[in-house]
Design a protein around this ligand. Structure first.
Ligand SMILES: Nc1ncnc2c1ncn2[C@@H]1O[C@H](COP(=O)(O)OP(=O)(O)OP(=O)(O)O)[C@@H](O)[C@H]1O
Length: 316
């Protein structure tokens, strides 16, 4: 781990909400000891399912919520008492956008940029994120994905050193998602500290230098994507095998723990392969039925496998 002080340091964060009527008026503990570090020039991801506590962690990190315990240091300061200078060094993209509905993106972005001493090149950002097509349309009329891009541009308008992105790919079509991802990766190369949340394994896998898996307000695992997938693979080596052959095959004779699917005609996936004996069962089926696959591959474990396994307490 780096010896450079982290741009964001969170230790043993606690946060309660309530009182909650459904809990007989007791408080609901939504963060129960979250810790993380995020560094400049790196993308740190909080990965977790809905309600895991990711947005609450970000809100505490940004100084929007007061923690009930633990420590937060953002660029060396407590964000709750953030100075104007600290705020100008941080960009925030909230999950629901938080954009004023009655103005146009171009007005908003120019206004936000005007509040900073050294703003980003707004025209370049607009061009880069494809906002020019709707830059003069009132924000209330924009689609979810268009608002998302405006929110990202607003977060970057002040040329921040640290940027918080809550579910940055939510609602984006594949083309916009790819543009947003390219920009995030470039920001990393430019030296920004990027902290993002997602419940999408694919996004975490594409973007992250370091991942914290959060479940029920706690850290349950952390590491690079490669480390996490390798670590989980040490325990149970269960994989999927994919093959291509003529469409419409079925094999009632496969062992019960192997499940055969045909996601598209002629493309098969066998889940639950855990050893050479499973491969032998498959080839025995192919031999008996005269099947000769035209393509065959074992699938590496994905971050999704790891996440599901950890989130289910190894029950997968
Ligand atoms: N103001 C609040 N009052 C009561 N409960 C809250 C409040 N804000 C959040 N919660 C609860 O805290 C838990 C964590 O919410 P949070 O938004 O941090 O999760 P998340 O991991 O970001 O989820 P998602 O992926 O759905 O955005 C959830 O159970 C949520 O219902």
């Amino acid at each position: 781990m780096s010896t450079v002080p982290p741009s964001l340091l969170i230790e043993d964060l606690l946060k309660d909400f309530g009182p909650v009527p459904a809990l007989d008026g007791r408080m609901l503990r939504v963060l129960n000891g979250v810790s993380l570090r995020a560094h400049a020039g790196s993308i740190t991801t909080l990965l977790g399912s809905n309600g895991a506590g990711k947005s609450t962690t970000l809100a505490c990190a940004q100084g929007l919520l007061k923690p009930d315990g633990g420590t937060v240091r953002l660029l060396g300061e407590n964000p709750l008492n953030a100075s104007a200078v600290l705020r100008s060094r941080v960009g925030v993209m909230l999950q629901d956008g938080g954009l004023p509905p009655s103005i146009r993106p171009i007005q908003l972005l120019r206004h936000v940029a005007s509040m900073f001493a050294a703003p980003a090149d707004i025209d370049a950002l607009i061009e880069r994120l494809g906002i020019n097509e709707f830059s003069t349309t009132n924000i209330r009329r924009l689609s979810g994905g268009q608002k998302q891009r405006v929110a990202l541009a607003a977060a970057l308008a002040g040329n921040p050193e640290v940027v918080f992105l809550d579910e940055p790919s939510a609602g984006l079509d594949p083309q916009s998602r790819s543009a947003v991802f390219d920009l995030i990766l470039e920001l990393r190369t430019a030296g920004l500290c990027i902290v993002l949340t997602t419940h999408l394994m694919e996004d975490a896998q594409k973007l992250s230098d370091y991942v914290y898996i959060i479940d029920k307000g706690r850290n349950v695992a952390e590491g690079s994507v490669a480390e996490l997938t390798a670590r989980a693979a040490e325990g149970a080596e269960v994989r999927a095998l994919e093959f291509t052959a003529s469409a419409g095959l079925c094999s009632p004779g496969l062992p019960a723990h192997l499940s055969l699917g045909e996601p598209s005609p002629g493309n098969y996936r066998v889940d639950g392969v855990s050893g050479p004996e499973d491969l032998a069962a498959l080839t025995e089926w192919w031999r008996a039925d005269g099947v000769f696959p035209t393509a065959l591959s074992m699938q590496p474990r994905s971050l999704e496998d790891v996440f599901l396994e950890i989130a289910s307490g190894g029950q997968k």
